[in-house]
Design a protein around this ligand. Sequence first.
Ligand code: IPE
Ligand code: IPE
Ligand code: MG
Length: 245
Amino acid sequence: MNFKDKLSKDKLPKHIAIIMDGNGRWAKGLGKLRIFGHQSGVGAVREAMEGAVDVGVKYLTLYAFSSENWNRPKLEVKALMELLVNTLAKETKTFMANGIRLNTIGDLSALPKHCQKTLQDAIAETQHNSNCVLTLALSYGSRAELVDATKAIVRKIQEGLLQLEDLNEQTISEHLYTANIPDPDLLIRTGGEQRISNYLLYQMAYTELYFLDKMWPEFNREDLFQAIYQYQQRERRFGKTSEQL
Ligand code: IPE
Ligand code: IPE
Ligand code: MG
């Protein structure tokens, strides 16, 4: 089935968030090392990016490394960091060709220095692109993000820059790492698990969730189009009744 042609242009999700899961299991299934799965996942990242730009999705946020992923074996963590650096160096061309602006969320200070540098360079190089904002969630945890936001807000109150009475939902949104990004309309998780794994908890209050069994290295743009198509079949009521919409 060709899902791209079936998409309604006026109901596109503005922001798609993805949990790229299943690399390790996919590789193990082939009798290979987990890191082979991560390396193979890069092709799926390209598919998702190009597919998003192709249909006009303005924000794509990819969960690349969670704050909990630091607890994995040292060797796997090291390999993932190296993969990040090498991929960014290679894919900057893809970013430029597709008008993609790179952005990050998470505790970047925990990353090795050379990773931080590569990220900063890629962000600077792509800063004027305007087709799509690609946000990499790196060393990202949603609870840590909420703690940081809370600290920043309390500090402002203590310094008299914000009145307690003026604190509202918008204030919290504006102090998250995702301050300049609209909430995700659609979350896609590959790899068969149906959980959120500490990803964008506040931002996903009304996000449509889409889970697929496919492992991340096998994900392609047709899967992305199918997910968008399924999303377009849903009725987002935001608490109202069907008749009110
Ligand atoms: C997702 O794949 C990538 C990262 C978390 C970095 P996994 O590495 O979690 O793969 P599985 O879930 O173990 O198969
Ligand atoms: C979530 O996958 C994080 C990323 C995809 C980067 P995990 O594989 O770490 O999630 P859990 O541990 O199965 O929930
Ligand atoms: Mg996993």
